[in-house]
Every structure is written in structure tokens, then in C-alpha cells.
Design a protein around this ligand. Structure first.
Ligand SMILES: [Zn+2]
Length: 318
């Protein structure tokens, strides 16, 4: 553990060895451990309280295939906690002027109905201009659970941190290990790479390329996540719920005995049918017998996996 002194109120707080950006626990100033204030610091509001997050989880589990139907009756909440994870968000304007060699398709021998007998490609010099607005987000903390790494946090409803945080439900504010300079460099590199991909769609050989990449804005933001641990008939499960939208991001849930029993029975029946059929086919062709056996065993395996499955799912992105 190291110590960081707040440039605003002068209080000293402990930070992790790798942390470079922290939030003062006394006055909520966001600053680097070297004492530079991060002015553009926002918060995505937690509009959903813990009970609403739990409600959202229960409704979500009910929609999952094979989930226990009596979950709401036997659900036992073990812990509910609110975490604010840090992100850097960069807006860029990326332009490029390029020239090189592209391809032209020539269609010949019309065959009616818009079809042609042959298509030939010829190379030709080509040039163009690409102009894109990019919005890139970088998780800033190693404490972000891996299940949330590729989740697109909503950043539109952000507010300045210091004022907004006072009205929140508490929660742990995580520190960041990425500084602004590093993120700016990464964002510009990524923008150049994205431009390169667009160019590759136009031409296959680049002879000249002139990029103009401009960072329009960059800000640091904390987004709220509810972490729920719960039990069902003495087994443990967990869930992550976006506290700003109430959406279940990812969760584990109990799979019903009925679902397991049905799939277990189907698996056994399938295996038996496979054996029966392959014995019959074996009289005619060994190859057909083996093929059939493999097919049925694979299906049986799939069904058996369902019977043994540990429920885990994540909501698809909208
Ligand atoms: Zn302070």
C-alpha cells in the first residue's frame, strides 16, 4: 500500500501499489497519485436500488430455459454490494487521405435477369478520403470482473462525479491503473488501426496515406454495478446487474430438477436407440454402423450436458 495526498483538501489516503488514479474519500476529488486533478470526472448514476436489482434478477432468471420455477420462494440473498468501476472514454475524429491500387470488376456476357457469364477483375490506381467519428472506452481497473470486460457500459447519462455521488447509495469506488496519457496514446493507435481497416476495403496496395487523428474529448468515468450473491436450496449463485439500467449483465442460476430429468432421460433413450440402429446397420455396412453410432452418441452427449448443466447466461446486447 502507498499513500496519496489529495491536492484539494490535503488529506492522505491509502492506494494500491499499481493505482495511478484515485478519488479522495474525504472531498471526492479525482486525482492522480502524483497530485494532478482529473477535472473531467463523471459518474453514471445508480438509478436502481438493491431491492430493484434483486427484483430484476429474479425476473431475468424466470426467463432462462430450465430455470427453477420456485426460485422466488426459496431465494436467499447472501450479499449485495455496489461497485463503481473506472473507465476512460475518448471521442476522436479520424480522417485519412489515401491512394494506391484497387480493383475494378468487369462484367461480361449478360445472361439475363441481371446475371453475367463472367466477371473479370482489373487493377487500377485508386484514391479516397475517409472521415469517421470514434467513441472508444477503456476499462481502467484490474478489479473489473472478467465477466464485465466486454460489456458496453452506458455513458450517456453521466453527471459530474462530486455532485452526483452525494445522492448515491454508497458503494465502493475502485481506483484506476491507467493514466490519461497512456489512454490517449492507445486511443490514437486504435483509431489509426480502424482507419487502416477501412482503407483495406477500398484498395489492396497502399502507396500513400495521410492520417489526421484528433482527440476531441477524454473523460474518466465511474459506472455502477450491483454484485449479488444468492443461495437456492443451499447452492451458491452470483449475478452482476447494471445499477443504471437494471439490466442483468451476467448471472448463474439454478437449473430445475425437471429439466435435468427430462434431458437425462432423453440422453439415455438416444444412446439406446443409437445402439439398436447401429446393430441393424452393422449387418450391411460397418461404415454406416460407425457413422450412426457417432451421430447418436454426440446427440446423447449434448442432452447429457444439458442434464448436468450449471445455469449461466448473459443478456445479449441490445
Ligand atoms: Zn480531498
Amino acid at each position: 500500500m502507498r499513500q496519496a495526498k489529495c491536492p484539494t483538501c490535503g488529506n492522505v489516503a491509502e492506494v494500491g501499489d499499481q493505482d495511478v488514479v484515485t478519488v479522495c474519500p474525504y472531498c471526492k476529488t479525482c486525482h492522480t497519485v502524483d497530485g494532478a486533478i482529473v477535472k473531467e470526472h463523471y459518474l453514471v448514476s445508480a438509478y436502481y436500488q438493491s431491492n430493484e436489482a434483486i427484483e430484476s434478477l429474479v425476473l431475468w432468471v424466470k426467463k432462462q430455459i430450465g430455470a427453477e420455477e420456485d426460485l422466488p420462494l426459496h431465494l436467499e440473498i447472501v450479499s449485495v454490494s455496489l461497485d463503481y468501476y473506472p473507465f476512460w472514454h475518448a471521442e476522436l475524429k479520424a480522417e485519412t487521405k489515401f491512394s494506391g491500387i484497387g480493383q475494378d470488376a468487369t462484367y461480361s456476357g449478360p445472361a439475363g435477369g441481371g446475371a453475367y457469364r463472367s466477371i473479370s477483375f482489373t487493377s487500377k490506381p485508386d484514391a479516397g478520403f475517409i472521415d469517421r467519428g470514434l467513441s472508444l472506452t477503456y476499462p481502467a481497473s484490474p478489479t473489473l470482473p472478467s465477466a464485465l470486460l466486454d460489456y458496453q457500459f452506458p455513458t450517456r447519462s453521466r453527471k459530474y462525479f462530486s455532485e452526483a455521488y452525494a445522492k448515491e447509495y454508497g458503494g465502493k469506488i475502485h481506483n484506476g491503473v491507467l493514466d490519461q496519457k497512456t489512454v490517449e496514446r492507445q486511443a490514437k493507435e486504435e483509431a489509426a488501426r480502424i482507419l487502416g481497416e477501412f482503407i483495406a476495403r477500398e484498395i489492396y496496395e497502399v502507396s500513400s496515406r495521410e492520417d489526421k487523428i484528433e482527440l476531441l474529448s477524454i473523460f474518466y468515468l465511474h459506472a455502477p454495478i450491483w454484485y449479488i450473491q444468492y443461495k437456492y436450496r443451499n447452492k451458491s449463485f452470483e449475478a452482476y446487474v447494471d445499477a443504471s439500467t437494471g439490466r442483468v449483465i451476467t448471472a448463474t442460476y439454478p437449473v430445475s430438477i425437471e429439466y435435468r430429468t427430462i434431458h437425462g432421460a432423453l440422453s439415455a433413450a438416444n444412446a439406446l436407440a443409437g445402439f439398436g440402429l447401429s446393430v441393424v446397420l452393422g449387418r450391411f455396412s460397418v461404415l454406416a454402423m460407425v457413422g450412426t453410432l457417432i451421430g447418436f452418441m454426440t446427440m446423447s452427449g449434448v442432452l447429457a450436458a444439458r442434464a448436468l448443466a450449471f445455469g449461466k447466461a448473459r443478456e445479449e446486447a441490445e
